[in-house]
Design a binder for this molecule. Structure first.
Ligand code: HAM
Length: 412
């Protein structure tokens, strides 16, 4: 028991969970290298305005989920609820587009949203965020979906569904939005209270409302997919062709609208059926207007983010392999063996071996139990006898075979 507890929705990642997290992060870094992406580590806090402008005032995140505060210098600051807006700021501020090449970057780290905590949803959570700036074509959309699939496949989770949609562009979306507002205004009294509010502020979000009545209405509503301009339709067709060429399975889902306002054209989500209703493991899409919105040049962008808590849950359910224990476990059975044990431990560690040493008193039996629990490969027994004989006993914990180790180099 302790007097203090962590903040609600903030969790410790404990030592026995950390290997799983490292495995996920190592896989992400390896896939990033294979797809020629570099790491960009923006700060975890930004000026509030970046998120308010970037994500959209009427989004759930900006309206009610941000951890914002005013600092001692009267600056309004927000702990990042997502990475994309900060990545855009970093790319613009550091002029990373100067070389004329597309900028392909990823980041791993904590995000903060004041949501109701539940399985796989926390207030501090972690994302793998992957972004490409300066490449407007559907090829890079396809490459990103391949990135995401390769990453999940490497972790043994290749069997997932990709949902794909197009959200149009400033050319075709405004007319569609008007049509949608007209459609739902005529049926206003059948919408839920949330959607009646959305009708004024963010009508596209009505499309993914979970309430039964709204869903029924949405079935009969006009679809963005049927209203795409020529360029948006061509973009989506070219993307589908490339995905099919790579053998990537996907489903076109006209209900997919995403919870952030910056998307244009391609939007996608990767779902896992094992996670229940809130099952999106990753989501993303194109945001060709965001750099301009945040005061930069007209630089197209596309990216996705994947929730690491949800991924860790899935991997745990699949029974991720346990991490190996120490190579050597030194059982120091007598005070006279202490100095030799220190020299031996340091020498093994200098060779790169992982060494656990048990300095605590106890019988040989209890040491063996502790070594077994730690998953040690070998136990080195160092007692009074061994020092006298200048030879330690080494037991292989798997085969139970014993051998001897010359202690002379480790004696004074
Ligand atoms: P998002 O859909 O808001 O997109 O979040 C992406 C993923 O983060 C979700 O699919 C989910 O796995 C995870 N996630 C979100 N909220 C939580 C939470 N409270 N607890 C645990 N996991 C959570 C974005 O964040 C965009 N920035 C993605 C993007 C990148 N679009 C373009 N580039």
């Amino acid at each position: 028991m302790s007097t203090y507890t962590a903040i609600k929705g903030f969790k410790d990642i404990l030592p026995d969970e950390a290997p799983l997290w490292r495995r996920i992060e190592d896989a992400a870094r390896d896939v990033a290298r294979r797809y020629d992406f570099q790491e960009l580590r923006p700060p975890i806090a930004e000026k509030t305005e970046i998120f308010a402008r970037g994500l959209g005032q009427a989004t759930d995140i900006v309206e009610k989920e941000m951890y914002s505060f005013v600092d001692q210098g009267e600056e309004r600051i927000t702990l990042r609820p997502e990475a994309t807006a900060g990545m855009v700021r970093a790319v613009l501020e550091n002029n990373l587009m100067a070389g004329g090449r597309a900028v392909r970057v990823f980041c791993l780290g904590p995000m903060f949203r004041y949501e109701r905590p539940q399985k796989g949803r926390q207030r501090q959570f972690h994302q793998l965020d992957v972004e490409v700036f300066g490449d407007p074509g559907p090829e890079v959309d396809a490459e990103l979906l391949a990135w995401l699939t390769a990453f999940l496949t490497d972790l043994g989770l290749g069997d997932l569904s990709i949902n794909l949609n197009s959200l149009g562009c400033p050319e075709c979306r405004p007319a569609y939005r008007r049509e949608l507002v007209e459609f739902f205004s005529r049926r206003r009294d059948r919408l839920c209270a949330d959607c009646r509010r959305r009708l004024e502020l963010n009508p596209l979000r009505i499309i993914d409302c979970k309430s039964e009545n709204c869903r029924r209405l949405v079935d009969g509503a006009p679809k963005m997919l049927d209203r795409l301009c020529r360029e948006c339709a061509d973009h989506l067709a070219a993307l589908q062709k490339l995905l099919t060429a790579m053998g990537l399975k996907f489903e076109i889902n006209p209900r997919l609208v995403r919870g952030l306002d910056y998307y244009t054209r391609t939007a996608f989500e990767v779902l896992s059926n094992d996670l229940g209703a809130q099952s999106a493991l990753a989501g993303g899409g194109r945001y060709d207007g965001l750099c301009r919105e945040l005061g930069g040049d007209d630089i197209p962008g596309i990216g996705f983010a994947l929730g690491l808590e949800r991924l860790a849950l899935l991997l745990k359910e699949k029974g991720a392999p346990a991490e190996a224990g120490p190579d050597f476990y030194l059982a120091v059975l007598h005070e006279s063996a202490l100095e030799a044990a220190f020299r031996l431990a340091e020498s093994l560690r200098a060779e790169g071996r992982r060494v656990a040493a048990d300095w605590r008193p106890g019988s040989l039996k209890s040491r063996m139990k502790r070594a077994d629990k730690a998953g040690a490969a070998r136990v080195v027994m160092l007692g009074e006898d061994e020092i006298r004989r200048r030879e330690a006993i080494v037991r292989d914990m798997r085969t139970r075979e014993q051998s001897s180790l010359d202690l002379k180099p480790f004696l004074a």
